[in-house]
Design a protein around this ligand. Sequence first.
Ligand code: CTP
Length: 408
Amino acid sequence: MAKESESHLKGRHVLLCVGGGIAAYKALELVRRLRDAGAEVQVAMTAGAQHFVTPLSFQALSGSPTRTSLWDSAAEASMGHIELARWADRIVIAPATADLLAKLANGFADDLVTTLCLATTAPISIAPAMNHRMWLHPATQANLATLRGRGVQVIGPEDGPLAEGESGPGRLSEPEDIVAGLLAANAATPATDNALKGLKVVVSAGPTYEDLDPVRYLGNRSSGKMGFAVAASARRRGAEVVLVAGPVHLPTPAGVKRVDVRSAAQMHEAVFAAFPADIYIGAAAVADYTPRAPAANKIKKSNESLALDLVRTPDILAEVAAQTQGLKLVVGFAAETENVAGYARGKLVAKRLDLIVANRVGVADGGFESDQNAMTAFWQDGERVFAPGPKTRLADELVDLIVERLDA
Ligand code: CTP
């Protein structure tokens, strides 16, 4: 294995989910190969998989307890399944049976493995293995198309002799080929080099809450996921990262300094306190207006209507872009419901940004609360369309572009 490739899995958290097929025995070898490539591996097995290989075998090879059930209170106490889903940088399902593909395609979460796959934001790779007729069945192929459409990587299967004495497509790829496939996927979104080493990146993320009175506020539906993923990605590329976060319940990415704020005014203060920096990425959905004077006591209802007296908040992004001292790149976001390119380019110019990332909100399959997103980045003389995918992957691709624009 090439040394450069090894680095793409080095230190990465790989969650191997083993499905119930005869090829499950090959997943044992896969654990060894992943660890040889430098990955930290945890294993989860379906009930079917345990008919073929024991959890203990995987435990011995991975060095961690094998997870087999959602209802194992001892295992849940040490690391809950949602925590495990978050722990993973990548989920690999090998062997992926026809049943598992059907469940994943339809969003089932009726056992540990399917729940993990639904609860994660990590990219998923699957290595299918099954009888060739099951593989070629239109139902299986339709499920695969659905999964591919969601950005799931499919590795194999190979053509050749199958367990039942038949021959055709359906053999699990060899462990070394699965690892090679994972390395290729990670290489496509390089995540752990030092392209940003020595640079300080300030990222704002999440919504802001503007208090009306002690119990009410004006807020918005930003989840903060994109900003957090961008912060994590910049950190993996070697940057020193300060993440100024509005009110969200997201775990702090490893190695990132987090400053929690509530209002636009607090975010403004925290962002400028984090300077000097080299790069500013304004991913927060900052309130444009705030109450002129929040009421000291709860506002009581009286008339039929109520007019709020709101004043503009400072435009943090525009102010950052105006103070160019030492800043190499300023990146803004634009959430639009229509005329995405037009409005985004308008903001690029008006706020004097180097780069603006626009996404369409208010559609069913992307935007604020979704893990998936589709976006386009614009700069003065160019643009890049990002294929729809998980925000974690889009964040990696955006940081790739930032690295490119720094050199431009
Ligand atoms: N932004 C900011 N400070 C504000 C408002 C917005 O830093 N007070 C930043 C956001 O972090 C984001 C970008 O500006 O990077 C969004 O631009 P903006 O013009 O505020 O978008 P909208 O609020 O959607 O504007 P409009 O309602 O006019 O479309």
